[in-house]
Design a protein around this ligand. Structure first.
Ligand code: FAD
Length: 274
C-alpha cells in the first residue's frame, strides 16, 4: 500500500508576527514546524506500516522546508518529497492544490492520501478536498478513526459538523483529512533523527512535473483569489457585568443599563418595568 502524507511547513503560531504593511506573515519571526494536524496524519500513516504500507511525505514550500521533510522522516516516513520552485510562489489554495496534485501524479501509483483537517496558519481547510477533486478520487474530512483497511477500501469514522458521527467506507485510492482526535502523536526516535540528517530528499520543480501541470496553473498565475489586505483586528474592550439579583431586580437593572447606553428605541416613558 502506497500512502502519501501531505505536510505543510507552518510558523510557530505562538511567536509569529504579521508584516501588516506588506500584508504578509513574517515567517522569519518564528521557528518553522510541521503543521500540527499533519502530524496526526503522519502518525496514522506510520501505524499503517505494520500492514506493509510505504509512507511518502509530500510538501510544497521554499527550499528551507526540506528541514520539515527530514523531521517527517525522523517520525517514521520512508520517503520525502519537496516541491519547490520560485514559480510556485504566491499560490492561493487552488494553485497549491494543483501543484500538490501534480506532485502526487508524478510520484505514480498510490492508494491513500492523508492530510490534516486544516493548517494553523492559512486555516482554510480547502486543500485536501481540492486535491481529491483534481485527482478524481473519493475523500472524507474530519476523520477521527480509521478501521478495516483493505487492499481496495478503507472505513473511517467522521466527526460530523452537526454533532453526529458517521462511519463511511471509501474505495481506494482515496483522500482522508484527519482531526487531532485520530491518535496520539509519538516523538521521533533518536536513531531516525540522526539518520534523517543525511537521508536523500527528492526535489521537484515545475519542469520536473511537465505533463502534470504548467506555469499558467501554479503560483500567482494559477491563483484564482487575491489577498488585498492582511491586518490584526483591534482588540475589543468588553464591559461585561454579572447580575446575581432576584429576577425582577435583574430585569430592572438590565433595562436601566440598556436605557443608559441608549440601546433601546425611544419609547417615551415606557422604560419602567413593573
Ligand atoms: P488547508 O487547506 O487549511 O490545509 C489542509 C491540509 O492540506 C494541511 O493540513 C496539509 O496536510 C495540506 N497542505 C496545505 N498546504 C500544503 C503544502 N503547502 N504542502 C503540503 N501539504 C499542504 N502562502 C505562502 O506561503 N506564500 C505566498 O506567497 C502565498 N501567497 C498567497 C497568495 C494568495 C492570493 C493566497 C490566497 C494565499 C497565499 N498563500 C501564500 C497562502 C497559501 O495559499 C496557503 O498557505 C496554501 O494554499 C494552503 O492553504 P491552507 O494553509 O489554508 O491549507
Amino acid at each position: 500500500m502506497n500512502v502519501i502524507v501531505l505536510i505543510k511547513e507552518v510558523p510557530d503560531m505562538d511567536t509569529v508576527r504579521f508584516d501588516t504593511e506588506n500584508g504578509r506573515v513574517d515567517r522569519s519571526s518564528a521557528e518553522a514546524e510541521i503543521n500540527p494536524f499533519d502530524l496526526n496524519a503522519l502518525q496514522a500513516a506510520v501505524e499503517l506500516k505494520e500492514q506493509g504500507a510505504t509512507v511518502t511525505v509530500l510538501t510544497m514550500g521554499p527550499p528551507r522546508a526540506e528541514k520539515t521533510v527530514r523531521d517527517a522522516y525522523a517520525r517514521g516516513a520512508d520517503l520525502g518529497v519537496l516541491l519547490s520552485d520560485s514559480k510556485f510562489g504566491g499560490a492561493d489554495t487552488w494553485a497549491t492544490s494543483v501543484t500538490l496534485a501534480a506532485g502526487i501524479k508524478k510520484l505514480g501509483a498510490f492508494d491513500l492520501v492523508l492530510c490534516g483537517e486544516k493548517s494553523v496558519d492559512g486555516d482554510t481547510a480547502q486543500v485536501g478536498a481540492e486535491i481529491a477533486e483534481i485527482l478524481g478520487i473519493p475523500h472524507a474530512y474530519y476523520v477521527e478513526h480509521i478501521q478495516n483497511v483493505s487492499k481496495d477500501s478503507i472505513q473511517v469514522r467522521v466527526e460530523d459538523i452537526c454533532g453526529s458521527k458517521q462511519v463511511r467506507e471509501l474505495t481506494l485510492p482515496a483522500l482522508i483529512s484527519v482531526t487531532k482526535n485520530l491518535n496520539t502523536v509519538q516523538l521521533p526516535e533518536i536513531r531516525r533523527k540522526l539518520l534523517s540528517l543525511n537521508v536523500p530528499i527528492t526535489k521537484f520543480g515545475l519542469e520536473d512535473m511537465a505533463g502534470h501541470t504548467s506555469q499558467e496553473q501554479v503560483g500567482l498565475k494559477g491563483s484564482k483569489t487575491k489577498v488585498l489586505k492582511i491586518y490584526v483586528p483591534a482588540e475589543i474592550q468588553r464591559n461585561n457585568r454579572i447580575y446575581r439579583d432576584h429576577f425582577n431586580q435583574f430585569q430592572k437593572n438590565v433595562w436601566a443599563e440598556l436605557c443608559k447606553r441608549n440601546l433601546l428605541p425611544n419609547r417615551g416613558d415606557q422604560h419602567e418595568i413593573i
